[in-house]
Design a protein around this ligand. Sequence first.
Ligand code: KG4
Ligand code: ZN
Length: 342
Amino acid sequence: MQVLGIESSCDETGVALVDAAGAGVPRLRAAALYSQIDMHQAYGGVVPELASRDHIRRVLPLAREVLAQADAQIEDIDVVAFTRGPGLAGALLVGAGVACALAAALDKPTLGVHHLEGHLLSPFLSADPPDFPFIALLVSGGHTQLMRVDDVGRYEMLGETIDDAAGEAFDKSAKLMGLGYPGGPALARLAEMGNADAFELPRPLLHSGNLDFSFAGLKTAVMTQLKRRGNVCEQDLADLAASTQQAIVDVLTKKSLAALKQTGLTRLVVAGGVGANRHLREQLDAQCAKRGVRVHYPELHLCTDNGAMIAMAAALRLQRGRATAQRDYAFDVKPRWSLDQI
Ligand code: KG4
Ligand code: ZN
């Protein structure tokens, strides 16, 4: 079964082809990605209308590129999968519309995929995929969630953010520091040169006794520090970046360990853009190693949005009978959609 996956929920257009033959883990045959970061950079953030227009320009050339890379013909595609939500409505509609038109023309079915399920299952694209059950720490630009994952499609929400996501905390703090967009990688780079103990920043809900997160206060604390200092030198900024990153990483690590302890599970999957953060990986690896916990990450380039994770999530669901591909082509998108509602 050849599954073409299309991702267009935000500022990356991704297309990929996955082969799900037999019962083994589906195999990625080819993938192509176009990032709109350069275009949005001028505006300091994602401009939804521009994102939609650019997805339209990119998606078909990327699909052609994927088929050529895989040495496959368009008729070889058995299912066309697309990101149904959550995300920007107009951007999602581009992927959904193109997927359904393509499938209708080929007389093949479609499958709408939850974007976060794509992130969650993205470690199955690596050479060493995790076994079920595991705890998943989902840390993307808009979501911060801890889930118990018993199988494909069997997800239990253990905790989530009550305000900003970890990615937002990175992005908003970076913006306050004048680091541009996307802020996460820029802040992480600057933090390499800073002292993480230089600023005392809050670690919200660290001792709340539950698995929920709150990061909005951190951004406010960063703003207060910047105002208090007035003119900040390069080193101050690097110190503030390191201290901010440390606060976020501390909370994510502590809550992940608490989720593992609470459930007795010994595997952790970290997915979503913030999962690319080197400092987070180092701290989680060190803490989990002490407790005999295996940590799985997607490959670095698959942490942020891509088509491969959408094709993989669709292939895994279909292979395990956890979804039925549709032939009515009456697509809709779900800009707001909770992972435990699927
Ligand atoms: O999963 P993703 O690509 O998009 C969403 O589904 O939201 O995540 C994007 C988020 C952004 O907030 C970005 O700043 C953050 O991931 N990010 C990072 C790093 N790379 C991406 N945050 C911290 N350190 C990084 N290296
Ligand atoms: Zn994402």
